[in-house]
Every structure is written in structure tokens, then in C-alpha cells.
Design a binder for this molecule. Structure first.
Ligand SMILES: Cc1cc2nc3c(=O)[nH]c(=O)nc-3n(C[C@H](O)[C@H](O)[C@H](O)COP(=O)(O)OP(=O)(O)OC[C@H]3O[C@@H](n4cnc5c(N)ncnc54)[C@H](O)[C@@H]3O)c2cc1C
Length: 432
């Protein structure tokens, strides 16, 4: 049976290339264009970045998130994990490698559920990195509980008319199209009564009320739109998948998306740990280097162990996705990864920040951004608490209640059974 903690040597060579390339060519983009990852390329930015994308394509590492039959490179999730943990160091890297959220998840549902025309119109340019997409599901009054969504799509002749509002629709301001989830049958159970629509962003009736900014983001650079849909009319061909299929599609969309976030988080947490170790070795106080202080050693050891545990959980989950090719069979694992992710990033970045002293809380090092990024990871694609309940429910499926009053590991009962089993071999005192 194959059981290996190394990838094949050809792919490792590519990973080594990617690591060097990201550190030397891509990380500087975070400093010159820190907030423009999702602004379509034009002018000098295109001149700088298009050749970098070409180099990624030459390596066969472009858009590795999809299976070959869905239009991707077909490397699988384990290899994607190994690549993503390199890309996670820097916010431009996923764009330069054509595998950034939320476009990866959106591409995945287009590939699975799109008609040939929808794939031609939306998926092809999305995979080519020529446009951005937006997933418009959450509403101001309801996020974690989609049963409370109120945005409707009503049939009118050959068209659908979408009315309502959506919140935190990331990248709507620069996306070419929106994937909108709307109630299409209010009488049906919520899980069968909603559908997904592909809506070009320039369709009349779409109003971006405001672009909400995350903490620390500059004025006018908010990415998370509050959108009003004022009777937005789309043809029947805008329906993605079947009518009433929104929940099934959403699970495909979010399953992969959550794991990809986790893969990148490994890279970011590793960067925080790298910074922690470098600082500990470099700074001297009270007659010694910080690395000689036991508190700091504890920080380093705890961080390393936490990161290794998380990385193995993510890689194992990726391996299961490749093996089963069915997100439903990996639900517990994906929820577990999503649950662990914010804590791992928070804890390691926090320790690193503390060891950096005052410098750690400034905007001259990226640690506070990582800490607020950890908070974001606890909400985006569903809150931690919801994922914890999923893990618990899935774990409990493998258990049964005990019959009678005592737990099955109740020692007096087990001892009596054991003595009976081995009675022939026990002398009188042992048997009592
Ligand atoms: C950076 C970022 C990007 C996002 N991008 C998108 C996007 O592109 N498209 C999109 O549609 N949405 C997006 N979202 C929205 C995200 O999916 C929601 O924020 C998330 O689902 C939670 O919904 P909510 O904010 O309404 O919180 P609520 O549903 O109001 O939940 C608030 C809190 O209540 C608790 N809670 C809720 N439900 C339960 C439960 N069942 N059991 C126990 N506790 C519970 C949790 O502590 C939770 O954090 C994004 C969010 C962020 C932060």
C-alpha cells in the first residue's frame, strides 16, 4: 500500500521553483499594489504581471484547482495543497497562479453545473484569468442560516426577475458576473426552494449600495458589497444547474473553497513562525537572546506543533477529496479543517507579534494583518461554531447509546465479564 509523505520528484522541482519565484518575483507585488489584486489588469500593472502569469503557465502550474476533465491541470488536491501553502505567504500569489478565492470555487460550480454555453461565456475566461467573479449569497439579516434568505427570483415569461439584497458579496465591484442565490419557490422547503443565477454585473437594476471595508483597509478600497437587486431581469439560460438546486451547488462551492483557504493559511502561519524564529534569534534582552528564554522557546515549540498538526489534517483532507471525489464523504474533515484554521493562524501570529514587541503591533510588519485575517477565517465561508457542530454531528454518527445505566467502559462490569471469560485459568482468590 502506498504511504508516502513526499511528492514525486518532478512535482517537487516545480514546487521548489514556485517557492523561489513567489519569494523573489511575487511577494514584492504586495508592497507596490497592496489592494489591487482584484482590479482587472491594465496598463503598467498588466505589463508587469502578465509575464509572471506566463511563467507560471510554462511550469504547468496555472489554475491547478480543477480536475483535468473540468478544464484544470488535474494535479489533484494534495498537490494543490503543496502549492497553495507556498502561495499563502503573499496575497498576489494566488492571482499570479490563477487559483484565487472566490474564483476557484465559482469555477468549480461552473465546471460541474454549467451548460456548454455558460462554460464558454464564463468559465473559459475565468480560468484564463481574464475576469473576476463574485458569489452573492449572504444577506444582511442572515448569513449562517440560509433558510432566512429573502431575495427572490420570479419567473416572468422566458425571464427571471431577481429582487432583494445581498451582503458581503466579495469583489462585486470588479467582477464581470455575479452568482446569485435566490428563492424560486417560497412554498418549498428552503433546501429545495432556492436556485443559482449567473448575472452579468452590468445588468440593469444592480445597485452596489456600498463596498464594505475590512478593518484596516483604506478608504475607497472596500471589497465586500452590499447590493440591491431591483427587479434584475435575466433569461432562463442564466439558471445555473436545475431549479431548486442552490443548496447542492453551494455545498460544492464551499467545500473546495474552505479547504483551499486552509491550504493557503498553512503558508501564512508558516510565515508568522519564520518571523518568530528569526526575531527570537536576533533580539537580545536581559543578557540573552530571546531564543534562550523558556517562554519564547515555548512559543516556538507550541507554534511548530500546532502548524504540523494542522498541515497534516489539511493534507489528509485533500487526500480524501482526491480519493472519494465526493465532498459529502469528506464533510467532517472539511469542517474540522475550517474549525482549526482561525485558531492556528491566530495563535502563531499572536505569539510572533508578542516576540516582536512594539514593532509587532505596527503596520510595519504583517502580523496584525494576519491576526485580523484569522478573525476573518472564522467567519468567511461560515462561522466556526457552525462547523464545530458539523464535526460533532458527523463524529456522533459512529456511536450508539449504551443499553442500561453504566457506560460500556464501566470497569466493575467489564471485570466481571473478563473473569468469566478466563474463569478456567483463575484460582479462587483471583476469580473473586
Ligand atoms: C471577508 C469575508 C468575505 C466574505 N465573502 C462572502 C462572499 O463572497 N459571498 C457571500 O455570500 N458571503 C460572504 N461572506 C459572508 C459570510 O459567509 C458570512 O459572514 C457567514 O456565513 C456568517 O454570516 P453572518 O455574518 O450573517 O453571521 P450570523 O449568521 O449572524 O452569525 C453570527 C454568529 O452567530 C453564531 N452562530 C450563527 N449560527 C450558529 C449556529 N448554528 N450555532 C452556533 N452559533 C451560531 C456564530 O458565532 C456566528 O459567528 C464573507 C464574509 C467575510 C468576513
Amino acid at each position: 500500500m502506498a504511504w508516502d509523505f513526499e511528492t514525486d520528484s518532478d512535482y517537487q522541482t516545480k514546487l521548489d521553483w514556485a517557492d523561489e519565484f513567489v519569494r523573489t518575483e511575487v511577494e514584492p507585488l504586495d508592497l507596490v499594489w497592496p489592494h489591487e489584486q482584484f482590479v482587472p489588469l491594465a496598463g503598467k500593472r498588466r505589463a508587469a504581471i502578465a509575464p509572471l502569469k506566463d511563467r507560471v503557465r510554462e511550469q504547468g502550474l496555472w489554475a491547478t484547482h480543477l480536475r483535468a476533465d473540468l478544464g484544470g491541470q488535474g494535479h489533484g488536491q494534495v498537490k494543490l495543497a503543496l502549492l497553495n501553502e507556498i502561495l499563502g505567504r503573499c496575497s498576489w500569489a494566488p492571482i499570479v497562479f490563477g487559483c484565487q478565492a472566490p474564483d476557484t470555487g465559482n469555477a468549480e460550480i461552473l465546471a460541474h453545473y454549467g451548460t456548454p454555453e455558460q462554460k464558454q461565456r464564463y468559465l473559459r475566461p475565468l480560468l484564463d484569468g481574464e475576469l473576476f467573479s463574485c458569489y452573492s449569497m449572504t444577506e444582511p439579516q442572515a448569513g449562517a442560516d440560509p433558510r432566512q434568505f429573502t431575495t427572490t427570483a420570479v419567473r416572468d415569461g422566458d425571464d427571471w426577475v431577481i429582487t432583494g439584497w445581498k451582503y458581503f458579496s466579495s469583489n462585486a465591484r470588479t467582477a464581470a458576473f455575479l452568482i446569485v442565490m435566490a428563492v424560486t419557490d417560497a412554498q418549498a422547503d428552503a433546501y429545495q426552494g432556492m436556485s443559482m443565477f449567473l448575472v452579468p454585473t452590468d445588468t440593469p437594476g444592480i445597485e452596489i449600495v456600498r463596498d464594505v471595508r475590512l478593518y484596516g483597509e483604506p478608504e475607497a478600497m472596500g471589497q465586500h458589497a452590499l447590493i440591491r437587486y431591483h427587479g434584475v431581469r435575466v433569461p432562463d439560460s442564466a439558471l445555473l444547474g436545475g431549479e431548486g438546486q442552490a443548496f447542492v451547488i453551494a455545498q460544492t462551492r464551499l467545500g473546495g473553497g474552505r479547504v483551499h483557504h486552509a491550504m493557503r493559511t498553512i503558508g501564512l502561519a508558516q510565515k508568522a513562525l519564520d518571523m518568530l524564529c528569526e526575531r527570537a534569534l536576533s533580539r537580545e534582552t536581559a543578557g540573552d537572546r530571546l531564543s534562550a528564554k523558556q517562554f519564547v522557546q515555548g512559543f516556538i515549540a507550541d507554534s511548530w506543533v500546532q502548524l504540523q498538526q494542522f498541515r497534516l489534517l489539511v493534507l489528509h483532507t485533500a487526500w480524501k477529496i482526491d480519493k472519494y471525489n465526493d465532498y459529502k464523504k469528506v464533510r467532517k474533515d472539511i469542517a474540522a479543517v475550517k474549525t482549526a484554521m482561525p485558531t492556528v493562524l491566530h495563535d502563531i501570529a499572536w505569539r510572533s507579534m508578542q516576540v516582536h514587541g512594539a514593532l509587532g503591533v505596527t503596520d510595519e510588519v504583517p502580523l496584525m494583518k494576519m491576526i485580523s485575517g484569522a478573525a476573518v477565517m472564522g467567519l468567511a465561508d461560515g462561522p466556526t461554531e457552525v462547523h464545530k457542530t458539523t464535526v460533532a454531528r458527523q463524529v456522533l454518527r459512529d456511536y450508539q447509546p449504551v443499553e442500561g445505566m453504566w457506560p460500556s467502559e464501566w470497569i466493575p462490569g467489564k471485570r466481571a465479564a473478563a473473569r468469566e471469560q478466563y474463569a478456567a485459568f483463575l484460582d479462587r482468590t483471583e476469580a473473586n
